[in-house]
Each structure stands twice: as C-alpha cells, then as structure tokens.
Ligand binder design. Structure first.
Ligand SMILES: Cc1ncc(COP(=O)(O)O)c(C=O)c1O
Length: 439
C-alpha cells in the first residue's frame, strides 16, 4: 500500500544548508526532494467513524445538521448547503434578487467561478480593478461602474483577506444594490469580529478539497441575511428543477472536520506570522498586508516582490519575479502564480457564447465590454510582481517546513547577482502574455 505519510520528519535547517550555493546553481535544495509533500486535511478515526455512521442515517438530516452547525459557527442568519462553491454563489445571487440581464460588479482578479456564477444567474459580470495593497475589489473602481442596471456587487475575500466591506456596504446602500460576498477563500476570516459569509446580504462559499475547510471532494454553502432571500433561493432552485444538493457523505465529513477548523486556523496564522517576519527581513519580499480589524484566513499567501530593495529596480519586475520563481522552485518551495491574466480576458468572456446565441450577454449589450489586460493596470502590476504559496502553509504538522520556506526566501534574496544573471539570460514573457490559465 502506498502511503502519504513521510518517511522521516523534516529536520531543522543547519547553518551549512543556509550558506550553501543556490540549488538552481548546483547546491543542495533547502527543502529536500522526498520531503516536499504536505498532508491536509488530517483524517482521524472519528472522521472515518462519522462517515460510516452517516451512511446509516437520513441523508437530508445529515446535510441539515452540518449546515446548521456551520451556519452557527459563521454567525449567518440562514444557510443553504450546496454541491459546490459555484452553485452556492449562484444561489446567493438569485436569493439576493439578481434577475436575468442585471449587472453584477465583480473583481477582475479572482477565480473564474465568481464571474461564471453571475452568468449562471443569467446576469452580466462587470469587472472592476483591485486595490493595490489588499488585492481585493477596489470600491472606488466599482463605484465608477454602477449603472441603472447594476443589481449587486460581489467582492471576493481574496486569498482569505476580507475585502473593504465598510466601503462596499456604503456603496451598495447608496445605490440600492445587494452586497453578496464570495467567501470561498475566507473560512473563519473576519472583520471586526464578524466572520466572512455573515457580513453581506448573501454569500457563497466553496468547501472543495483545496480550501481551508474542505469537505473531502466538492461542496459549498450559501448564506443569507434574511428569510426572504433564503426562501427566494430555495424557491428558484425548486422552480427550475436545479439539483444543487450537498452530498451527505461530504456533510458528515464536514461536520467532523469543523471541530478542528479553529486548530487549522491557528496553525495557518502561526505559519503566516512566522513566514511574514522572515520575509520582512529580506527586503526583496513583503508578506500580505492585513488592515487593522481584519483577520486573514490565508487560503493562499501572496508575496510581493520589491526589486528596488535588492538593487534590481532597473530590471522589469515581471522578469525579476520569474527568475525568483525559478530559484525558489529549485529550493523546493512550491511558489506559483495563481492566475496570470484578468478574468475578463479568459475565453468565456471574450467569445461570450454564454448559454448559446450569446445569452445572457445579449440581454444587456450595453454592459458588455471587449477587455484587454491593460484595462486592469492594478491587477497587471500585482500579477507581474507577486508569487503565491497555496496548500503549503496549511498542514498542521509542518512547522519545520515553514522554517525552511523562510530560509529559502532568505537564501534567494541574498543572491541578487543570480537573479540578475537569469533575467539577462532569459526573455521572460509577462504573465498575461502567456495563455490564460485557470488557477
Ligand atoms: C474565489 C472563488 N470563488 C468560487 C470558487 C468556486 O468554488 P467551487 O470550485 O467549489 O465551485 C472558487 C474555487 O476555487 C474560488 O476560488
């Protein structure tokens, strides 16, 4: 039987390793091959027992039990468990009153499902640029896009950092819009003590395998502030014969895992703090900014490069990022881009076939734009100057690994000469000049 369990624990790094040559230039990698896997989620015997038990219970009761337990944890008024995050966003939008042909403002930087859920509701996604510091929807950019046909604004709590909900709520109130959260990255994230999912008029959240709170496969949940919105969503799904029901096996696993969500959250927060402190010391790298009152859930950890601080300010930032990316991967740090172009530049929003014959885009042609990446300069700057760690910070047994990541960032930052050589040797394209990638 092949097991995921590592053959040995990762030792703490030694002084020799820290001063070794870069792995890309023939030295030893900071994270040795064979010790690079992370294990998440942890599955206990209670999880397995609860799964087995669920197979003997009323499926609807298992799902309802999970939804109630998690709704209570989030502090939302009403919940609707779904088969996926995309389904939950669709339900949240229709519950919030979005109708065919309406416009919904979404960020240009997110996962494509945010915008596709709007299309699923037969509405038109209108894309706004992001804030240059938080990388979440910029309320000022959103304000400029409001028209008579705007029905909702749907920020994303990107990577787990809550968006500027105060400004967004004010904007929504001023123009009579629904405020719908995409809380897919933001399990347990909060603003002034209110957990993501309970802040807007409605919210959708993914619970799929790659999230901080995974149900073991696919899953999602919609939240609503009012009984009316909840009833509207339930009635919409029934009227259209849409089966978005959550699997009860997933729900049983989720109810069991929920007990440990605060533990996972604390480990992620610790890992992020540890890494953040180390990055601050490098000059070249900055950790994510977290505004006061916000609790970041760190579903992803986006690191910003400051080439000037390393004497590399004369080089194009995207090329420095690509070179650094290569050097980090050679050290065993699984850094990645996560999105390489604004969402409106992905095929579904350039060909706009929609459900056929261009529907729903044809319902409101005035809302539709032929976007090029340069329409979103803040998103482009972010794509050119940042790298992401995803799953790698989540595992609860990986303190040693985070230390090694921190050391790898330090090792690379101490070698601007190697970064410069790579940039000189290679003709790196800008992220959005490569084919659009999902994730
Ligand atoms: C921001 C965001 N919204 C929505 C979704 C859609 O969730 P799902 O894949 O569960 O449908 C995702 C999934 O990764 C996401 O990252």
């Amino acid at each position: 039987m092949i097991t995921d369990f590592p053959s040995a624990p990762l030792p703490l790094p030694s002084e020799d390793e820290l001063t070794a040559e870069l792995a890309a230039l023939g030295g030893e990698a900071i994270v040795p091959k064979g010790l690079r896997r992370t294990i998440f989620p942890v599955i206990t015997k209670e999880d397995v027992f609860n799964l087995l038990l669920a197979t003997r219970q009323d499926p609807a009761a298992v799902v309802a039990g999970f939804a109630e337990k998690y709704r209570d944890y989030v502090g939302a008024a009403y919940a609707l468990p779904t088969a996926s995050g995309t389904a939950s966003l669709h339900a949240a939008l229709v519950g919030a009153g979005v109708e065919p042909g309406d416009e919904v403002i979404v960020p240009a930087f997110t996962f494509i499902a945010t915008a596709q859920a709007v299309v699923a509701a037969h509405a038109i996604p209108v894309f706004a640029d992001i804030d240059p510091v938080t990388y979440c929807l910029d309320p000022a950019a959103a304000k400029d896009l409001v028209t008579e046909r705007t029905r909702a604004i749907m920020p994303v709590h990107t990577h787990g950092l809550p968006a500027d909900v105060t400004a967004i709520r004010e904007l929504a109130k001023r123009h009579g819009l629904a405020f719908v959260e995409d809380a897919s990255h933001a399990h347990s994230a909060s603003v002034d003590g209110r957990i993501a999912g309970s802040i807007g008029d409605a919210a959708g959240q993914s619970l799929m395998a790659d999230k901080n709170f995974p149900l073991g496969g696919e899953g999602g949940i919609a939240f609503f502030a009012t009984a009316d919105a909840h009833a509207r969503a339930v009635e919409y799904l029934a009227r259209h014969g849409i089966d978005y029901r959550m699997s009860w096996i997933a729900a049983a696993f989720g109810a069991s895992q929920l007990e440990r969500l605060p533990f996972y959250d604390a480990v992620r927060a610790r890992n992020a703090a540890l890494l953040g402190e180390a990055l601050e010391g490098t000059g070249l790298f900055s950790p994510p900014h977290v505004p006061s009152g916000h609790v970041h859930a760190y579903n992803m950890y986006r690191i910003t490069l400051n080439p000037e601080a390393a004497g590399l300010g004369d080089l194009p930032v995207h090329a420095v990022k690509e070179a650094v990316h290569e050097l980090l991967v050679a050290e065993g740090v699984p850094a990645r881009e996560w999105q390489n172009t604004p969402i409106p530049c992905h095929l579904p929003f350039t060909h706009r076939a929609g459900f056929g014959n261009g529907h729903p885009f044809t319902l409101n042609p005035g809302a539709v734009r032929d976007h090029v990446p340069q329409d979103f300069p803040v998103t482009l700057r972010m794509l050119e100057s940042t790298l992401v760690l995803c799953r790698e910070l989540r595992s609860p047994v990986e303190y040693e690994r985070v230390l090694r990541y921190a050391d790898a960032f330090g090792k690379v930052a101490r070698r601007p000469d190697a970064i410069r050589d790579l940039v000189r040797e290679k003709d790196y394209p800008r992220p959005y000049e490569k084919a659009a990638r999902l994730g």
